[in-house]
Design a protein around this ligand. Sequence first.
Ligand code: 7TS
Length: 409
Amino acid sequence: MTNSFKSISQFRQDFPILKQDVNGKPLVYLGNGATTQKPQIVIDTLREYYEQDNANVHRGVHTLSARATDAYEGARTKVKNFINAASEKEIIFTRGTTDSINLVASSYGHANIGQGDEILVTAMEHHSNIVPWQMLCQRTGATLKVIPINQRGELLFDEFKQLISERTKLLAIVHVSNALGTINPIEEMITIAHQNGVPVLVDGAQAIAHISVDVQKLDIDFYAFSGHKMFGPTGIGVLYGKQALLDAMPPYQGGGDMISVVSFSGTTYNDLPYKFEAGTPNIAGVIGLGAAIDYLSAIGLDNIAAYEHHLLDVLTKQAQNIDGLRIIGQAEHKTSILSFLIDGAHAADIGELLDQQGIAIRAGHHCAMPVMEFFHINASARASLAFYNNEEDISRFISALNSSLALLR
Ligand code: 7TS
C-alpha cells in the first residue's frame, strides 16, 4: 500500500462502531452498500444539536430557533457546494433516495408525462428507481422502457440510442449499480438524452460516497441520494433539481413551511426550496448530514475513489482464486462492490457463516430483482467497501470465506 492509501485507512479510527468485537471477533464491516457507519463528528453533531440548539426552524423569534435555522440552512449550502449546484434553491431535503425519486415521479411526472409517453430506465435499477415509474405509468398510461445489459453487467449503449425517441419524456438511470458495482457512463447518456430533449434523473445512492459529482459539469437535471450511505444519519436525503425544472413543478406534499399565504379561497406556495419541504423537517438529520459532508470533503472524494479502486482490485483478485466463485458484475468501470455466488453454497448461508466470524456482508436480491432475473439467480452475496476498510479486512474476509466453504461443501 502506498503512504497516501495508508493515511486514508487511518480515518477508520474516527468510527467508534468499528472498534467492537462481533461474535468474539473484531468486526469487519462490508455492508457499506446497505448503509455506512458514522464518524464521531457526525454522532457528536447530532448530540450537540439536541443538547444545545434544538428548536423548530424558520419559525421562532427566539435564539435557539435562529441557531437551528442557521445550522439547517448552513448544511444546505454544504450540500450545494459538495455537488456544485448553482444555488441553494436547487437542494431539496427529503427522507432519502427513495423519497427523492418519488417526489419527481409524483410532481414532475404528473405535470409532464401522460398517455403514450415513455420513461426510460436501465435493467440494473434498484426497485426505488423502478416502482415509482411503474406507479406513474399505471396512473397515466405511459410506458416504461428498459435499456438492457450484457453478461458483464454493462449497459448496451447502442440499444440505449435505439430506445430513446420523441416519445421519451424522462431518462431515469442509476449512477452506480448496488447489485453489480457498475459505474454507468452518465455523462455520455446525458449528452444523448439532451440532444433528444429528454431530461435525466440520476439515482446517486451508491455513487455519492465514492465518486465526486459535479451536477453542473455533468448537466444533470435531477440527482437523488441518501445521507445514510455517505456517513450521515438515516432518514435524510437530497433531491437536487435544476431550478427551472423545480420552479415549474407543482408541490409534492401540502402543509406547513411550503406555503406563502393560505386562505380558504386558495393558497399560494412558498419559493424554492421550501415549496418541496412540507412540515417540520428532519432538522438534526440535515445538520448531521452537513457534518458528514465536511468530514468527507476533508478526506477528498478523489482520494477515496483511488483508494477504494485499489481495495476493490485486491478483493477481486483474491476472490477469483476461490474455487467455484462467480462474480456477478464484471464491468470495466466498477466501484466498491463485489457481488458473488459460490457453487454449492447459498448466499444467505455464506452471509450467516461470515457473521459468526465477525464479518458483515449482505446477501439477498439487493432490491434489484430484475438484475437477479437477468443472471438467473435468486440472490447473491455482496461485500461492499468504504474508505475505512483495509487490506486486513479483505484477508479476514477471504479466509473466513474459505473456512465457511469447508463447512458448506
Ligand atoms: N438506489 C440505489 C442504487 C440503492 O442502492 C438504494 C439502497 C436506493 C436507491 C434506496 O435508497 P434509500 O436510502 O432510499 O433506501 N440500496 C440498498 C442496498 O443495496 N442494500 O440496502 C439498501
